[in-house]
Design a protein around this ligand. Structure first.
Ligand code: NAP
Length: 352
């Protein structure tokens, strides 16, 4: 009988498995047939013992402990910054590579910040941890990189329209309950967000810095520069929460050193990986969060010449920030590590 070489499979743990990103990770691992040998679902003690369905089986969620990462090859972490800071280094020392969705490690020099359509090769230099960028930053990077490669972008002015789910599973429930309360003539309650989001909007709820930009806005500046590998791109974001359940949208103004023809931008974006060009000028039909929810691509449309600047372009984008802005990007990084044989913690990082 001939020997059959079985494809290698990997032991994976999802830290934050019960959350908005965690449940999407579970769905994507199943849908994309990730080569799984074993799957461990981790969360806080609050949801230990609850079950989640995977490939028709019911898997029990465990509270994360010191022993959680033994015999694990890959940790997909989506449990917030402080949880990642506590557990990611322990997971790496137990021999697991961590792909982290929080902002805890993103700007560290030895942590690659990866969007597979933009800078896949950065992943190979990981020291055990790879960071998934901020969701609005991922969506913008995927749309701008094909243009930037042809003619470097000098300046970006961007306004975001960020959905409730960007703040997690409980934020979605909060907005639904607020909508119900307002329609019933009651006073809406706030817990996750500082103000009612239903029938309202407000500047992003992340902390304000002393220069007047909030943390979310500065993530877009600093992370885009790290992903694009240049400090020469100047970015001014205004981040806004809007009463949309899922998918973030962005109005983006670009400035180049010389004119960038609209037709060329359209042609480039119609072939770009991870991008769907969606424009019907007759019907005034362009990407909308209701339609981009649950989709993999970043949708781009309404590409037009900036009438205030000869070297300016305007675009409108919308994309599912739980999917491409978080879970899908993380799974794509995992697939890249597998394909390139980079899914191992360098020996030099492991303490003896
Ligand atoms: P979420 O819906 O609130 O889920 C948080 C998850 O983390 C839950 O599974 C929760 O488990 C777990 N968790 C919380 N504290 C923990 C602890 N001390 N120990 C272990 N597990 C703990 O949040 P999310 O929206 O999925 O976001 C998760 C991470 O992804 C955050 O860092 C967020 O910034 C990032 N992210 C989110 C988005 C998005 O669109 N939502 C996009 C990009 C990045 P329990 O069920 O036990 O509470």
């Amino acid at each position: 009988m001939e020997d059959t070489i079985l494809p290698k499979s990997y032991r994976v743990a999802i830290l934050g498995s019960t959350g908005a990103v965690g449940t999407e990770l579970l769905e994507l691992l199943e849908a994309r047939n990730f080569p799984l040998g074993d799957l461990k679902l981790l969360a806080s003690p609050r949801s230990a013992g609850t079950t989640l369905s995977f490939q028709g089986e019911s898997l029990t969620v465990e509270a994360v402990t010191e022993d959680s990462f033994h015999n694990v090859d890959l940790v997909l972490a989506s449990a917030g910054g402080s949880t990642s800071k506590l557990w990611a280094p322990k997971a790496v020392q137990a021999g697991a590579v961590v792909i982290d969705n929080s902002s805890a490690f993103r700007m560290m020099a030895d942590v690659p910040l990866v969007v597979p359509e933009v800078n896949p090769d950065a992943a190979q230099f990981h020291q055990g941890i790879i960071a998934n960028p901020n969701c609005t930053t991922i969506l913008m990077s995927v749309a701008l990189w094909p243009l930037h490669c042809v003619q470097p972008i000098k300046r970006v002015v961007v306004a975001t329209y960020q959905s409730a789910s960007g703040a997690g599973a409980r934020a979605m429930e909060e907005m639904k309950e607020q909508a119900r309360a307002i329609l019933a003539g009651e006073t809406p309650k706030t817990d996750i967000f500082p103000y009612p989001l239903a029938f309202n909007l407000f500047p992003h709820n992340s902390a304000l810095t002393e220069i007047g930009y909030c943390e979310e806005e500065l993530k877009m500046v600093n992370e885009t520069r790290k992903i694009f590998g240049t400090q020469d791109i100047h970015i001014s974001p205004t981040c806004i929460r809007v009463p949309v359940m899922r998918a973030h949208s962005e109005a983006i103004n670009l400035e180049f050193a010389s004119p960038f023809p609209v037709a060329k931008a359209r042609e480039l974006l119609s072939h770009a990986p991870g991008v769907t060009l969606l424009e019907d000028w007759q019907k005034n039909y362009f990407p909308m969060p209701m339609e981009t929810s649950g989709k993999d691509d970043v949708f781009v449309g309404r590409i037009r010449q900036d009438i205030s600047h000869p070297c300016g372009l305007e675009l409108w984008i919308s994309g599912d920030q739980i999917r491409k802005g978080a879970a899908l990007n993380a799974v794509q990084i995992a697939e890249l590590l597998v394909a390139k044989n980079w899914l191992k913690v360098p020996a030099s990082v492991l303490k003896v």
